[in-house]
Design a protein around this ligand. Structure first.
Ligand code: ADP
Ligand code: ASP
Ligand code: MG
Length: 412
C-alpha cells in the first residue's frame, strides 16, 4: 500500500464521459490497494475561454483578477470528478489548491509554490477517502489566490507527490508518453521509454509543452519518478527518472520547438565594461525574460547587442528600452519577428563533439538560415524563420534517426 498522485489534463477531463473514465482510472488504483490523490485541470479549453472572455473587457487585465477568474476552471472539475467517484460507490473529497495547503509566493499569474501543508490531505487519506485537488492554483500567506502559470497543474501534482512522499506521480494526458518530438507535428515521432530529468527539463523549457518545466524541476529535486501516459489507452508511458545507464549515450533524445520568437537588436551602444549588465539589469528589473544573447562589436567605440524575446513581450521590451534611452545611450532599436526556436536535446552530447556542427549542416542543406545559436552541455538551440520551423524539425528528426530506436545508440 502506497500513496499515488495521478494528474489528468484538460483534454482528459474535457467532458462528463471523460470525467467518468477518469473516475474509473482513479478507482483502479484504489482497488490495487493505494491511497490516491488526484490533481485535475480545467475541462477542455476552459482556461483559454476564460482568458478570451476577459480579453473582451480589457486588453490589460489585472493579474489578480485573472487569477481569480482562471482558478474557477479547475474548481468545476474537482467537484464533478468527486461526484463521479461518489456515484461509483467510492468516497471522494474535493479541495481547491489553498484548501489542500498549497502556499505560493506573492506573485500573480506565475507564482512558485513555497510550502505545502499536507495535514488535511493526509487526514482524508487516512479516513480512506480519495482526495481530488484543483491543479494550477494556490494562495499566498495573506490568503490571496494565485496561479502557477499555464500548464501548472503538472507542478501541483509533482509538488504534492513530493510533499506526501508518494511512491509515484502519474501524469495522464492526451498522448501516450513523451515523444522524440511533438507527435501532433511529426507523424514519425517515436515514444520514448525513458528520459532523464535533465533532458526532460531542457525539452520542457525549450517548448515541449507535454510537461510544465517546474514540475520536472520538482521531480528532479525530490527524485520523484514520473510517468507520462495516456488517460484513454492502457499502455505504459514514458518514465522520467535519473539517467538510465543503458541509454546514457543517446546523442539526441528529442527535438523541441516554439514559435512566436522575435530578435531585438540594440544598435550603437557604448563599448564599455558595464553595457551588458546595464541593459539586462534594466530588462530583468521590468520582469522581461530574454533568451539567446549575442554581442557584436561594430567598431572600437560602439557595440550591438541582439537578444531573443517572446513576440508577446516585444512591445514592452521596446517601451522599457526607450524609457531608459538616456541611461543606456544607444542609437536605435531594430527587431525581426516571425522567428522560431528549434532545439535538439540529448545527454550524449556531453561526450560527442560535432553534434552542433551536424545540426548546422542539416539546416544548411535544407536551405534553412540560422539566425541565432545557443548551447548547453546537453542541448543546441537555433533561431530560424517561423516558416521553416516544421521543416527544420523534420530534417533534424530524420538526420539524427530519431524514429529508429537502435540507431540512436552511439557507436563506441
Ligand atoms: P494536458 O492538458 O494533459 O496537460 P498538454 O496539452 O499540456 O496536455 O500536453 C500534451 C501535449 O503536449 C500533446 O498533445 C502534444 O501535442 C504536446 N507535446 C509537445 N511536445 C511533446 C513531446 N515531445 N512528446 C509528447 N507530447 C508533446
Ligand atoms: N488549466 C490551466 C491551463 O490551461 C492549467 C493546466 O491545465 O495545467 O494552463
Ligand atoms: Mg499540460
Amino acid at each position: 500500500m502506497g500513496i499515488i498522485v495521478q494528474k489528468f489534463g484538460g483534454t482528459s477531463v474535457g467532458s462528463v464521459e471523460r470525467i467518468l473514465n477518469v473516475a474509473n482510472r482513479v478507482i483502479a488504483e484504489v482497488e490495487a490497494g493505494n491511497q490516491v490523490v488526484v490533481v485535475v485541470s480545467a475541462m477542455g479549453k476552459t482556461t483559454d475561454e476564460l482568458v478570451r472572455l476577459a480579453g473582451e473587457i480589457t486588453s490589460n487585465p489585472s493579474k489578480r483578477e485573472m487569477d481569480m477568474l482562471l482558478t474557477t476552471g479547475e474548481q468545476v472539475t474537482i467537484s464533478l470528478l468527486s461526484l463521479a467517484i461518489g456515484q461509483k460507490g467510492y468516497e471522494a473529497v474535493s479541495y481547491t489548491g489553498w484548501q489542500a495547503g498549497i502556499q505560493t509566493e506573492a506573485v500573480h499569474s506565475n507564482a512558485r509554490i513555497t510550502n505545502i501543508d499536507t495535514t488535511k490531505v493526509k487526514q482524508r487519506l487516512e479516513e480512506g477517502k480519495i482526495v481530488v485537488v484543483a491543479g494550477f492554483q494556490g494562495a499566498t500567506v495573506d490568503g490571496e489566490i494565485t496561479t502557477l502559470g499555464r500548464g501548472g497543474s503538472d507542478t501541483t501534482a509533482v509538488a504534492l507527490a513530493a510533499a506526501l512522499k508518494a511512491d509515484k506521480c502519474d501524469i495522464y494526458t492526451d498522448v501516450t508518453g513523451v515523444f522524440t518530438t511533438d507527435p501532433r507535428y511529426l507523424k514519425s515521432a517515436r515514444k520514448l521509454h525513458s528520459v532523464s530529468y535533465d533532458e526532460m527539463l531542457e525539452l520542457a523549457n525549450l517548448g515541449a509543452g507535454v510537461l510544465h518545466p517546474r514540475a520536472v524541476e520538482f521531480a528532479k529535486n525530490y527524485s520523484m519518478p514520473l510517468e507520462v501516459r495516456s488517460s484513454m489507452e492502457a499502455e505504459h508511458g514514458t518514465i522520467i527518472e535519473e539517467e538510465v545507464s543503458m541509454e546514457k549515450n543517446l546523442v539526441v533524445r528529442g527535438i523541441a520547438f516554439e514559435d512566436q520568437v522575435t530578435r531585438v537588436t540594440v544598435c550603437g551602444l557604448p563599448n564599455g565594461l558595464h553595457t551588458l549588465s546595464t541593459i539586462f539589469t534594466t530588462l530583468a528589473g521590468n520582469g522581461l525574460n530574454v533568451d539567446i544573447i549575442i554581442q557584436s562589436t561594430t567598431n572600437v567605440d560602439t557595440t550591438n547587442i541582439s537578444f531573443s524575446v517572446k513576440t508577446a513581450d516585444l512591445d514592452e521590451t521596446v517601451r522599457v528600452l526607450e524609457e531608459n534611452r538616456e541611461a543606456l545611450n544607444f542609437e536605435n532599436i531594430e527587431h525581426e519577428d516571425g522567428l522560431a526556436k528549434v532545439s535538439i536535446v540529448g545527454s550524449g552530447m556531453i561526450s560527442n563533439p560535432g553534434v552542433a556542427a551536424e545540426m548546422f549542416q542539416v539546416l544548411a542543406n535544407n536551405e534553412i538560415q540560422v539566425k541565432m545559436v545557443s548551447t548547453s552541455e546537453i542541448k543546441v538551440s537555433t533561431v530560424v524563420e517561423q516558416a521553416s520551423m516544421v521543416k527544420a524539425v523534420e530534417a533534424l528528426h530524420d538526420a539524427f534517426e530519431l524514429s529508429v530506436e537502435e540507431k540512436q545508440e552511439v557507436k563506441a
